[in-house]
Design a protein around this ligand. Structure first.
Ligand code: ADP
Ligand code: MG
Length: 297
């Protein structure tokens, strides 16, 4: 549906380097990367808020070069909600909307679970509720594409988990084509059909969450998506190292950290330090020797 072709953009000390990818209708893409990697810049380019130096954006085959932000039919949700404090929920949602019928409003309120909140002012809402108002406002125009820039970053951890679930459900039930920027991979894993990894202005991999974890293109993506260590020239995930009394390799346990389901351990084997998982039932401690085998997927 939306094709980004060789998008380039420079600032004094930053450059987006030939970004290429395609978003399918109804797809949710998460754009992840460190602070300063160019995520917001790319969203602003898609929204038409920044000019590009070269490349093109095609919506259903049509170039967006001469299409203004307003004509692009884009919903934008920011981390700071950007709601109007002097307007209530109803007027915030219908702000840019000509057909202010109650039917439309009620549909939107129902979608975001805020029926009965029409008259509340913004200071009478929690952060999660405010973010749902922002989402409803963006959905009101029925955008062809929804852009969300770190929508959960102002929410505390507990609230974030429930808001994340809600937003995912809303986007999915609307089959809303979306790009969501986040620096938190857990957000991306939960919400996205595909994840795009940006590093220093470069798109280094775009793939499903499972492929990003199982087939990372390099150590950077491997480290971003989970833990790994090297042994015998292979990059191994913790679960690919099987603690097994009959295993042919042996290492000494040098670190053991409880992580809920089991222990994450470090095993020193010759010069390598391996990261593996150890069953919660194991009585092995730091200093003990453990045998292991490899089960590379
Ligand atoms: P992210 O959203 O991934 O944190 P940004 O896209 O906001 O990163 O910024 C990427 C880089 O571009 C940063 O180094 C930032 O300082 C720089 N930058 C962003 N906008 C501008 C601007 N309008 N003028 C100059 N530099 C900018
Ligand atoms: Mg940003």
């Amino acid at each position: 549906m939306l094709v980004l072709q060789n998008i380039e953009k420079s600032y004094d000390s930053f450059r987006l380097k030939s970004i290429n990818f395609t978003i399918e209708e109804g797809e949710i893409i998460a754009l992840v990367g460190e602070s300063g990697s160019g995520k917001s810049t790319l969203l602003r380019i898609i929204a038409g808020l920044e000019q590009i130096e070269s490349g093109d954006i095609l919506m259903e085959g049509q170039s967006w070069k001469d299409v203004s932000t307003n004509e692009r039919s884009i919903g934008f949700v920011f981390q700071d909600y950007a709601l109007f404090p002097h307007l209530n929920v109803r007027d915030n949602i219908l702000f840019a909307f000509k057909d202010k019928s109650d039917e439309v409003l009620n549909d939107l309120l129902e979608t975001v679970g805020l029926i009965g909140y029409e008259q509340r002012m913004m200071h009478q809402l929690s952060g999660g509720e405010q973010q749902r108002v922002a989402l409803a406002r963006s959905l009101a125009i029925q955008p062809r594409i929804m852009l969300l820039d770190e929508p959960f970053s102002n929410l505390d951890t507990l609230l974030k988990h429930s808001v994340r679930k809600e937003i995912k459900a809303i986007l999915e039930s609307n089959q809303q084509t979306s790009i969501m920027v986040t620096h938190d991979l857990e957000d991306a894993y939960e919400i996205a059909d595909r994840i795009a990894v940006l590093k220093d202005g470069e798109l280094i991999q775009i793939d499903t969450p499972a492929n990003l974890y199982n087939k990372p293109v390099n150590d950077y993506v491997a480290g971003l998506t989970g833990h790994y260590s090297y042994f015998e020239n292979q990059r191994l995930r913790p679960e690919e190292i099987v603690i097994d009394a009959s295993g042919s390799h042996q290492g000494v346990l040098i670190k053991k950290t409880f992580n809920g389901a089991d222990y994450e351990i470090e095993l020193k084997c010759n010069t390598a330090v391996l990261i593996a998982n150890l069953s919660i039932d194991s009585d092995k401690n730091v200093g003990d020797y453990l045998n292991f085998s490899l089960n590379k997927r």
